[in-house]
Design a protein around this ligand. Structure first.
Ligand SMILES: *Cc1c(COP(=O)(O)O)cnc(C)c1O
Length: 366
């Protein structure tokens, strides 16, 4: 019940244990088409360029920047936590310029500040933001930010590693140009893959590059010789066949439940958890209307030893919760309700276990 990896259902683990076949086997070609269809379904898009990057969420993030930016380009980056900061570092390593819009850690990205920056930065070609900032639990308005990007003639790049499969992600309806996710958060598949999707405009930007993508491995023009072109695929790198089986099965399970039902389950159980934690006297870091259902960040009460409390939860109750990152280290806990970990019985067990941990502290100080 931390910020991922979330629990993986037995049927998904079983799917991953199916025989490893060749990544160019005709049966695997069919499977790839099916998987791409499921990814389009979960991203709510008809984008042709939709595929799983071989690597964790960070690989999808880096691949998107590496393909969409060239040396000397300017990108506006929204930074309200660890992952916004990671974006800035990637942009700079690519030899591009990052113009940063800062918001407080624990708050959503402020679209007014973003608009002011876009106005003052007409040379910007990309606006990147994190929809669900897992380091703080804050949710930003993907639709409003994608609209701003369009109005100021930028492509939009949305990190939906933690949002996809937990809260609404509407790639086509919001007009998001590029997005990446990860398998081990609300998709509840084993870690190691990063689903990516790009609009025709983003794909065209890649085709029009003046310079080759710096990373051979991540160059989508090369990768798409394998993941694109139905029926005429050729080797680029060996696909992680068994990890892909797992992702496919996790998406099938989600489709059986229905995407709206999945979103609703996260919203309902997060409200339940919030009620229980607040009655223990725990205080949320993020204002309610900006809080993510799938990542609940609470302040650690004074006099509670962060590491000792988390270790007690793990050893006594078998529950893992997340520590604070960066400037929030030692001052917050991050309680994930992601995918398969978002179940009523876990909410109850986690709240009860936390109550015991907090009670121990009261006894120790009494
Ligand atoms: C987890 C996460 C990432 C990085 O994903 P990894 O799979 O750990 O590489 C990026 N962005 C956000 C918002 C995340 O939550």
């Amino acid at each position: 019940m931390g910020p991922g990896p979330s629990n993986v259902a037995q049927r998904v683990l079983d799917a991953g244990a199916r025989p490893t076949i060749g990544h160019l086997d005709p049966a695997f070609m069919e499977f790839m088409d099916d998987l791409k269809g499921l990814l389009r379904w979960v991203f709510r898009t008809s984008n042709t360029l939709t595929m799983p990057v071989s690597g964790p969420g960070t690989a999808g993030m880096e691949a998107c920047f590496a393909n969409l930016l060239e040396p000397g380009d300017t990108a506006v980056i929204c930074r309200n936590g660890v992952f916004g900061q990671r974006m800035v570092e990637m942009v700079e390593r690519l030899g591009a310029r990052a113009v940063v819009v800062d918001d407080e850690w624990g708050r959503a990205v402020d679209p007014r500040k973003v608009e002011d920056t876009l106005k003052q930065t007409p040379e910007a070609s990309l606006l990147a933001f994190v929809q669900a900032e897992t380091s703080t639990g804050a949710q930003s308005d993907g639709q409003a930010l994608a609209e701003l990007a369009r109005r100021y003639d930028c492509l939009s790049l949305m990190d939906c590693v933690t949002s996809l499969g937990g809260t609404p992600v509407e790639i086509d309806a919001w007009g998001v140009d590029a997005a990446y996710s990860g398998t081990q958060k609300c998709l509840s598949a084993p870690p190691g893959l990063s689903p990516v999707t790009m609009s025709d405009a983003a794909a065209e930007r890649i085709r029009q590059r003046r310079t080759p993508v710096q990373s051979w491995f991540m160059d989508f023009r090369l990768v798409m010789n394998y993941w694109g072109s139905e029926g005429r695929r050729s080797y680029h790198h060996t696909a992680p066949v068994n990890a892909l089986y797992g992702l496919h099965e996790a998406l099938l399970a989600m489709r059986e439940e229905g995407l709206e039902s999945v979103w609703d389950r996260h919203a309902r159980l997060s409200a339940d958890l919030r009620g229980r934690l607040e009655s223990l006297g725990l205080e949320y870091l993020v204002p309610k209307e900006e809080s993510l259902p799938q990542l609940n960040t609470v302040r650690i009460p004074a006099a509670v030893d962060d590491a000792a409390a988390r270790l007690a939860l793990l050893q006594n109750d078998g529950i893992e919760i997340g520590a604070g990152l960066g400037p929030l280290a030692g001052s917050v806990w991050r309680i994930g309700l992601m995918g398969e970990s978002c179940r009523a019985q876990y909410v109850e067990r986690c709240a009860d276990a936390l109550a015991r941990v907090l009670e121990l502290r009261v006894e120790a100080t009494a």
